[in-house]
Design a protein around this ligand. Structure first.
Ligand SMILES: Nc1ncnc2c1ncn2[C@@H]1O[C@H](COP(=O)(O)OP(=O)(O)OP(=O)(O)O)[C@@H](O)[C@H]1O
Ligand SMILES: [Mg+2]
Length: 427
């Protein structure tokens, strides 16, 4: 029986699906999950004992990191760096890795795990890509990112990769439910990007007519779950770590604690950049002169004990709770950091308002470009983990009051759609 594979390499989660010739789709299981966390962990303890680098990928990496006595290197959101010409390589325990190699390692682990279920995956795949990668300023940057992603897949033995925009893959998945033609807006909200496609979907597949021919236009922005997390950290956590507080300088002047220190809280792993001797000395000096020294103590401990990842995990849990309920408790008690605070959903919505507006503007740009009025849209199909954020959903309820919002399989529908396209290509 003919079969085809689709792989959704996500900023946070990856998924793999297999489409059979009768168009049924199976999603790979990784342990108890249908997604493979896009994380790598390099183990230092193991490294120093066996003098060999041990790397864990996906579901096991987080537990290994959290259980380690001497934490090694945890690497995540690699997809967000694909368009960055500044990120070429990194040193891990004295070894140099390019971004393509790191992603290649992750994909090899994912492949191995999926092959235990499906057998050999072969060399051909359909792979998702955001309409615009994070941090891009033009087509050239996107091409640069795609070429690096292609090289990463080659490193994992996939020589023949066909890319499809992630929201178009979502349309393939949604088409399976259709029994009539529709003008559909698909929206995929992930960890790194929010992506949209306007598609005139035909319910029936006709030979020679690929769904990708029915796509009117795509657009996207590099704003999604990771940005929401960093806004929560900035507004909820940073003030408890001294942002906005003051210290008395050598000359008796009262000065604000420098803002740049808190820019390192924007991504969890940026915090480790503060852990240089010079910065730690500066922090200690500020702490002695601080008007609220306990807050600076907490910041120092966060950096010194490498608590960045743990902090972001607690933040993500609060963000997810706020999708379900109007108030959530944020609790983080590690070393000298002791934060317990109730957060209201409407506070969170105020903090992410500029980002949500940019997402809404992107949707409007897409419609204007295509000269399509909101009332012409029959249905919205929404997917990706960040589609659970009520403020994101509200954009669509307000802009398209007459169009029903359909959702489901938020973490796997893109992979399933990619596999369906792979099948179409094999026809
Ligand atoms: N219930 C929830 N409420 C709010 N956010 C959520 C929820 N569940 C997951 N998320 C967020 O969704 C994001 C992950 O979604 P998803 O797996 O679709 O992204 P991805 O495919 O890895 O990223 P991308 O498509 O941008 O490359 C994370 O930022 C996560 O915190
Ligand atoms: Mg995604």
């Amino acid at each position: 029986m003919r079969q085809a594979f689709g792989l959704d390499f996500g900023t946070t989660n990856s998924a793999l699906a297999l489409a059979h010739s009768n168009r049924t789709v199976e999603v790979a299981n990784f342990g108890a999950d249908s997604t493979f966390r896009s994380i790598l962990y390099f183990d230092e303890e193991e490294n120093s004992r066996a003098n060999k680098l041990r790397v864990v990928a996906g579901p096991d990496s987080i537990q290994n990191y959290l259980n380690a006595r001497t934490p090694g290197r945890l690497i995540q959101s690699t997809k967000s760096y694909l368009a960055s010409r500044l990120f070429n390589q990194t040193q891990i325990f004295g070894e140099t890795y390019s971004l393509e190699e790191l992603i290649g390692i992750l994909l090899r682990h994912l492949r191995q795990s999926a092959e235990a279920q499906f057998g050999d995956l072969g060399t051909s795949l359909v792979v998702g890509r955001p309409v615009h990668f994070s941090g891009t300023r033009g087509e050239e940057d996107d091409d640069f990112a795609v070429n690096r992603l292609r090289a990463a897949f080659r490193n994992a033995g996939f020589d023949d990769v066909h890319f499809l925009a992630e929201p178009v893959a979502a349309a393939y998945k949604y088409q399976q439910r259709l029994d009539h033609d529709e003008l559909v807006l698909t929206a995929d909200f992930g960890g790194g990007t929010s992506d949209f496609s306007l598609v005139r979907l035909r319910a029936k597949r006709t030979a020679g007519h690929e769904l990708s021919d029915q796509v009117i236009a795509n657009d996207g922005v590099g704003i999604a779950g990771d940005t929401f997390d960093s806004k929560l950290v900035r507004n909820l956590v940073a003030p408890m770590l001294g942002l906005g507080s003051e210290y008395r300088s050598q000359f008796g002047k009262v000065l604000p604690v420098p803002y740049w220190l808190y820019e390192h809280l924007e991504r969890w792993h940026y915090l480790s950049f503060l852990k240089t001797r010079k910065n730690m000395e500066l922090l200690k000096q500020i702490r002695y002169q601080a008007l609220e020294p306990s807050k600076i103590d907490a910041l120092i401990d966060l950096v010194d004990h490498d608590l960045g990842y743990r902090l972001y995990r607690a933040i993500e849990a609060t963000k997810c709770a706020l999708s379900k309920q109007p108030t959530a408790e944020f609790r983080f008690t590690e070393a000298a950091v002791d934060i317990e605070k109730a957060v209201q959903r409407n506070e969170f919505e105020d903090w992410i308002e500029p980002e949500v507006r940019q997402i809404a503007e992107c949707v409007n740009r897409l419609l204007t470009k295509c000269n399509v009025a909101p009332k012409s849209i029959d249905t919205i199909f929404m997917t990706g983990g960040s589609s659970f954020v009520p403020a994101v959903r509200r954009i669509f309820e307000q802009t398209f009051p007459a169009a029903p919002i359909r959702a489901g399989q938020e973490f796997t529908s893109v992979a399933e759609g990619l596999a369906l396209h792979a099948l179409e290509l094999a026809d």
